[in-house]
Design a protein around this ligand. Structure first.
Ligand code: CA
Length: 324
């Protein structure tokens, strides 16, 4: 009897007591889309990640002035768009251009580029998609959900979303409750509990607890961990979260050695928490000779359950072909 991929996926995602035996048990999360190839968080980058069979596609979320969740990594617009050119007078006293000061209509007029330093204008990853080339736009969270759900329908695949609530206290200071808005949209699109192909992530532990308790969310929740958060926080995270999201650099440093496993991952697993680490980059792996060595360390030596990557294609391929 054919077992749909979604059932397989869910069975490994949520069966915390089961040992992870098959390589397919591990999930690949497209970090800001296929951002190693196309400007991050553009629809083009997301469609490419979908075609590469990432298991989940990530959306970082920041509210516009009119309360619309925009898919963008920072609370600023000036490191991925031409906002300085189009709206020179709309920076704050710190010289930065904030997403929350612009309406969705204004945001739609901006062009999106490969990420650059807002002071030097130099691209962060010079070997990636050329800066200031072609035409890309920002979009609403809803637009991306509709594209992914539409592709799930047209392709028969079951690829999930992995949204992140960005800077909840910043939003609160600006008079906006981003978590409430995002949870409502998720619910509108059928993402309400752990059976649904959605994982919600946040760096702020107070906010993620609030999402679980006060806002009564039954979604699969990932507590992101800021470098250099330690293993002592895990007991607390296990009370409300289903997974932790440490940085891979944090895990490299916390490990006793490249081949000797890692205390954070082992302790998380003991507590029933999955571990999804960020960020696997083909063009940034300072501690390892090759990207494959980094993947080996993350997915096998320390036994991660998932990884955020800018290069979903080679990461999916690696897991498929790996003998371990
Ligand atoms: Ca993120």
């Amino acid at each position: 009897m054919f077992k749909p991929f979604s059932i397989l996926l869910l069975s490994f995602l949520f069966s915390c007591q089961m040992p992870l035996e098959k390589v397919s048990d591990k999930i690949v999360i497209a970090h800001r889309g296929a951002s190693g190839y196309l400007p991050e968080h553009t629809m083009e980058s997301k469609a490419m990640a979908y075609g590469m069979n990432a298991h989940f596609i990530e959306q970082d979320l920041v509210l516009s002035k009119d309360g619309i969740p925009i898919v963008i990594h920072d609370i600023y617009l000036d490191e991925v768009t031409n906002v300085q050119e189009l709206f020179p007078d709309m920076s704050r006293s710190d010289g930065r251009y904030y997403v929350i000061d612009f309406t969705y209509e204004q945001i739609k007029t901006l062009s999106v580029f490969e990420r650059f330093d807002h002071k030097t204008k130099k691209p962060v990853f010079p070997d990636r998609f050329p800066y200031n080339q072609s035409t890309f736009k920002l979009h609403r969270f809803q637009d991306e959900i509709e594209m992914i759900q539409g592709l799930n329908k047209s392709s028969g695949k079951t690829i999930g979303i992995y949204p992140e609530i960005k800077a909840p206290s910043f939003h609160r200071n600006e008079g906006k409750d981003i978590s409430k808005i995002v949870l409502q949209i998720l619910s509108d699109y059928g993402y309400t509990d752990q059976e649904d192909l959605c994982i919600l992530q946040c760096f702020d532990p107070t906010e993620l607890q609030r999402i679980r308790k006060d806002l009564s969310s039954e979604l699969f929740l990932t507590q992101l961990m800021e470098f250099p958060a330690g293993a002592e926080d895990l007991d607390n995270y296990a009370v409300y979260a289903n997974a932790i999201g440490p940085s891979i650099q944090q895990l490299i440093l916390a490990g006793t050695g490249k081949k000797e496993g890692n205390k954070i991952v082992d302790k998380a697993h003991e507590l029933g928490l999955k571990v999804h680490a960020y960020t696997f980059r083909k063009d940034e792996h300072p501690n390892f000779e090759s990207y494959e060595d980094l993947l080996q360390f993350g997915f096998y030596d320390i036994n991660l359950d998932g990884g955020f990557t800018d290069f979903p294609d080679i990461t999916v391929q690696y897991l498929k072909e790996s003998p371990q």
